[in-house]
Design a protein around this ligand. Sequence first.
Ligand code: ACO
Length: 271
Amino acid sequence: MAEAQARQRGGYADEVSAAAENGVRFEVDGEIATITLDRPEKRNAQTFATWSALARIGESLPEQVRVVVVKGEGPSFSAGIDLRMFTPEGVPGQGSFSSAATSDDATFEQRIRQAQAGFLWLRRPEIVSIAAVQGHAIGAGFQLALACDLRIVADDVSFCMKEPALGLVPDLTGTKPLVELVGLAKAIDICLTARTVHADEAMRIGLAEQVVVGGDLDQAVRDKVAQLLAVNRDAAVATKRLLQGAQGRTLEEQSVAEGLEQAARIKALFG
Ligand code: ACO
């Protein structure tokens, strides 16, 4: 136990500096972790290094963390993938789409899985992830917001799934949460037109849990974090597990799952 904690502490310190080198800030304050995309001068454009940094943060997340806030520095949450990927030169040290196109299928698939790993951990039952989104959330930026459990947005938010307009598909884990949140027809509308979804519509169609005036975003997130932390930790984890499994189960199966989780809770509380 002590060894695991020491390993985690070392991992955390290492990840803070590794993340910073890749334009990602990572801070832990007790039960709250904050990840900040920190290249505001490039509107927090994302690269493979960003996704590796996110994945490594997920791997080294201290055990005590219950809430993870994902935000972007500056006027935009994130303008999506770094457009240098579309140029022959690419992103220094990280290649380009032209170089990726020459990879064999297995290598290519592995690269995409590595990128997706930066997003997938944000759905773990042990944490609740909140995207605090202001300004543009385009492409990979939109998908990063979708990777989180909750989205609290500023009134200037503009979501855009631009990939199809650029000849690509959204492949950073965003399609499933988008369909689950807004339904298939609306997801087709949003993705296949690459149109912009502003705050009012985001709230109306279930993309955002809350819209606030821009300057109030940080406070709104702090308030939500406080509400989440006020609930029993183990009950929160078990409930999230139940909710996440609900869509894949029949009512009968879900009822059984509820009973099993409740038995464990009652034994833990009163046994
Ligand atoms: N990649 C690399 N650099 C970017 C990106 C990006 N995705 N987005 C913005 N930047 C850079 C700009 O080149 C500019 O750099 P410079 O100051 O060195 O010229 C700087 O960030 C500021 O950008 P502006 O366009 O001046 O900022 P503005 O606030 O007016 O506009 C906006 C922001 C709307 C986000 C605009 O920058 C934009 O359209 N960016 C591209 C969005 C895009 O197509 N992303 C890819 C989506 S697909 C995917 O993610 C897989």
